[in-house]
Write a protein of this length. Structure first.
Length: 68
């Protein structure tokens, strides 16, 4: 696969996602770490640091918003 075939996906931070649903960022991080949502993932690095990936389009659909 060539790099030209890849489509950039817009993402949100846990802070941005939390603001949209009126929750704090730690609430969003907990949902992601527990694997309880379909709009994002969480992965723990070897050093113990967590990384979060929230797909903007899927999250906005979940939140009932058209755009942010």
């Amino acid at each position: 696969m060539e790099r030209d075939d890849l489509t950039q996906v817009e993402t949100l931070t846990p802070y941005e996602a939390g603001r949209i649903i009126h929750k704090n960022a730690e609430y969003v991080r907990a949902l992601l770490r527990q694997g309880r949502v379909s709009w994002g993932t969480a992965a723990e690095s070897k050093s113990g640091q967590w990384n979060y990936n929230i797909i903007k389009s899927k999250f906005l659909e979940y939140a009932g918003k058209e755009e942010y």
